[in-house]
Structures are given as structure tokens and as C-alpha cells.
Design a protein around this ligand. Structure first.
Ligand SMILES: Cc1ncc(COP(=O)(O)O)c(C=O)c1O
Length: 414
């Protein structure tokens, strides 16, 4: 048995020094960015034929949606989706316990109440059974998040929404290009929200998009993102400025071109990594539904079993694996009732009365599945494992095997 890298042994690999192996859209982005700059079409005023018009059309088509509205970021997209559906004071919106705080914060930003529900222990996505339990006469919408590289069970969520007459807004910030029964993430709910922030699969620095096939909702979003200026069909609402720029859209056209080329390969690499985890000791891949027909992601997460490692703490396992592979492994987002970034009840803007403050206080929710995943089970690569040469995927399995063999020594050292 060779000594674990965390205990001074030689690491299995140095992934950080590897060159990216997926297609890049950088050259096209650069060319289109310069063209947009030279043409002087910098903003995204609709109908000017700017890169923003072109990208919005391309992104809608790519996702099989009729319409796409470009928005400042993937937080404002969710807020505008709620506003387009006229969700506001007195309403409740169901969101998963494990997500970036934006998914819930935006609900408070429209003065509604986020209802945090627990997640499925095998996929980390919102648990449809918990959604059903949480529905009240005030529920107006559910926001499933396609967390990391697994999609929420859209069959179950959509059927609950249909049956109960509530809206589904998909938060597809982690799922550009993924498909469920060959339908694109974001295209199945009333509205689908995307982020183009730096860490995402498509990146223009900061940015977002809402897709929908509902013309009336699209009209409302187009007016909402443009200070309430009338949309092409005359809808007018009170709002602010949530517009993107055509310069960002030019960058996104290159990113979309790369995603088209990489999407199937990302899926193949995800399956290869799952195979490695399936065959390694004491770890399991997240459950992959047969309905997840294509999975494109930038993050990779799997589940660790402390008891199979004779009580080795998940935190030590993550550090030991990081030392073996030369890139960081951590856990998932904190459950929202313990997030250092989510405490809306303390913001004066949200202090709309004692009942409202109590309702939005996240500590009132009990989220045991999310808490256990976060503390004890999830191992998430903080480096894009999908960029690995597929021939090197087996090194992940080798590194886990090595940590497993060193489990007693690692436990004693910890
Ligand atoms: C699941 C999820 N939803 C929404 C957002 C918000 O996107 P943005 O950072 O573009 O505002 C993020 C960003 O990390 C996210 O991960």
C-alpha cells in the first residue's frame, strides 16, 4: 500500500496542470465581440439586429423554446420570472433546501414567502414528495433547481404543478444543454432561468436568460427587464433596468457554439466518471434517472459513505482526495437554513410585519436530508473534472482506492 499524499506520500496525479480538452468558443467570441464593438451596437435594444437579438434567437432555438429574454444575471431572471407570473405579497413559492441563495432570495425580493423543502438523498435535487406536502392555498410556484450535474425529477414536478394549478419555474443555472426525455432543461416549466456567471457552463462574466414558449409571459418579461417600457405587443409594467449588453451576447454566441460541440461529449465523460465512482470502494454516484437523456455540467459530485471508510470523516476524505489529485474537493452548498448568505429576515427591506419576518426566517425549516448530504456525504470537485482527458478518468477511481487503503492511518492522523 502506498502512503496517502495527505500523509506525505506521492500523489496519484496533478489534474491542475492538465490542459483543457473540450472545444473552446473563445476565438468566435472574440471575433463577434470586436465586430459588435466596431459596429457600435453595444446595448441589447430589441430589433436593432445586434448580437443580443441574434443570440436570444439562437439560445431559444437551441433549447427548443419559442422565446428568450436576455437579463442582467441568473438572479434577476428568477425575480422577473416571479414578477411575470404576478407572484407577490401573500404568496408562497416552494424552493429546494440545497441551492445557491438566489433561488430563495428572489422570492423575498418580490415580497412572497420562500418555503424551503428537503431534497432527494440520491440526486440532491428537490424531493417531489416534500413539494406535495408543502403545498397550501397560498402556493403559486415551485422552483426546481437542476443542481450540479443531475436534473430534478421533472415528470413528478410537472405533474404536481399541473394537478395543483401552480407554476413551475426551472432554475437551470447549472444545466445548460442537459435534457430530460430529450427536452432541454429550462424548456419544460412556464419559464426557464439560466445564469452566465463565470463558473457556469456558458459564461460572459455576468449574465442571464429566461426562456419560455408562452408569448404573454415573454411580453411581460421583455417589459419588466426594460424599465416597464412597452414590449412589442404593448405590455407595460412597473419595473427597473435588467438589460444585458450586446457585447456580452457576442461572447455568449461563442460559448453556445462550444456547448453545441461539447454537449454529447460532456454527457459521455459524466458517465465515465460515474463508472469510476460506481466501481470504487465506499462511494456512489448520484442516481441517474433514465429520463436524464443528456447531462451537461461543469461540476461533478458524488456520495461518500463514512461507515464504509470505518468512520473516516467526510472532511478528511475530501482533503485526502484533493491531495491525491492536485485539485480541490469540497462539499455542496450549505442547506439554506444554515447558509451564511441567506438571512432575509434581518434585512430591513423585508421587515413587512412580524408574521412576514417569522415566515421568511429560514431557521423555521427542518431539512435533515440536505444537512446530512452537506456534512457527511457530498464530495464535489471544485475543478472541472469534465475537462479531463477521458483516458485519465480512471485516476479518480485509483485515488479513491488509495484513500480507502489508507483510511485507518488517515483517521488516526486526523
Ligand atoms: C442554482 C443557481 N441559481 C441562480 C444563480 C444566480 O445566478 P447569477 O450568479 O448569475 O445571479 C446561481 C449562481 O450561482 C445558481 O447556482
Amino acid at each position: 500500500m502506498s502512503t496517502a499524499a495527505l500523509l506525505g506520500g506521492t500523489p496519484v496525479a496533478d489534474f491542475a496542470s492538465q490542459k483543457p480538452t473540450l472545444a473552446s468558443g473563445a476565438a468566435l467570441s472574440r471575433q463577434l465581440l470586436v465586430e459588435a464593438f466596431d459596429a457600435g451596437l453595444w446595448d441589447d435594444w430589441p430589433g436593432t439586429g445586434s448580437q443580443a437579438d441574434v443570440f436570444a434567437t439562437e439560445f431559444a432555438e437551441f433549447n427548443g423554446a419559442r422565446r428568450c429574454a436576455l437579463v442582467t444575471n441568473g438572479t434577476h431572471t428568477l425575480q422577473l420570472a416571479l414578477e411575470a407570473l404576478d407572484v407577490g405579497f401573500g404568496d408562497e413559492v416552494i424552493v429546494p433546501a440545497l441551492t445557491w441563495q438566489a433561488t430563495a432570495s428572489v422570492v423575498c425580493d418580490v415580497n412572497a414567502v420562500p418555503i424551503l423543502v428537503d431534497v432527494d438523498p440520491q440526486t440532491m435535487a428537490i424531493d417531489p414528495a416534500r413539494v406535495r406536502e408543502a403545498i397550501t392555498e397560498r402556493t403559486r410556484a415551485v422552483i426546481p433547481v437542476h443542481l450540479y450535474h443531475r436534473m430534478a425529477d421533472m415528470d413528478a414536478i410537472l405533474s404536481i404543478c399541473d394537478e395543483q394549478g401552480i407554476a413551475c419555474i426551472e432554475d437551470a443555472a447549472h444545466a445548460h444543454g442537459s435534457t430530460w426525455r430529450d427536452r432541454h432543461a429550462g424548456s419544460m416549466g412556464r419559464l426557464g432561468s439560466f445564469s452566465f456567471q463565470r463558473s457556469k457552463l456558458m459564461n460572459c462574466g455576468e449574465g442571464g436568460a429566461l426562456i419560455t414558449s408562452d408569448e404573454q409571459l415573454f411580453d411581460r418579461v421583455m417589459s419588466l427587464r426594460n424599465c416597464g417600457r412597452t414590449s412589442p405587443s404593448g405590455v407595460k409594467v412597473h419595473s427597473g433596468n435588467y438589460r444585458l449588453t450586446a457585447l456580452q451576447a457576442a461572447v455568449l454566441r461563442g460559448e453556445l457554439d462550444a456547448l453545441r460541440k461539447n454537449a454529447d461529449e460532456l454527457d459521455r465523460r459524466g458517465r465515465l466518471l460515474d463508472d469510476q465512482i460506481q466501481n470504487a470502494p465506499g462511494v456512489t454516484p448520484l442516481f441517474r434517472s433514465p429520463n436524464l437523456t443528456r447531462q451537461c455540467s461543469y461540476g461533478y459530485a458524488f456520495l461518500f459513505d463514512e461507515s464504509a471508510f470505518d468512520g473516516l470523516a467526510a472532511g478528511v476524505f475530501r482533503r485526502a482526495l484533493s491531495a491525491e489529485l492536485g485539485v480541490g474537493f469540497g462539499t455542496c452548498y450549505e442547506p439554506l437554513n444554515q447558509s451564511p448568505y441567506y438571512f432575509p429576515q434581518e434585512k430591513r427591506r423585508h421587515q413587512l410585519g412580524d408574521a412576514y419576518v417569522a415566515a421568511i426566517d429560514p431557521s423555521r425549516f427542518d431539512l435533515p436530508v440536505a444537512e446530512k448530504l452537506w456534512k457527511h456525504r457530498v464530495v464535489q470537485a471544485h475543478w472541472p473534472l469534465f475537462q479531463l482527458d477521458p483516458g485519465d478518468a480512471s485516476l479518480v477511481g485509483d485515488a479513491i482506492q488509495k484513500v480507502f487503503e489508507n483510511r485507518q492511518q488517515l483517521r488516526q492522523a486526523a
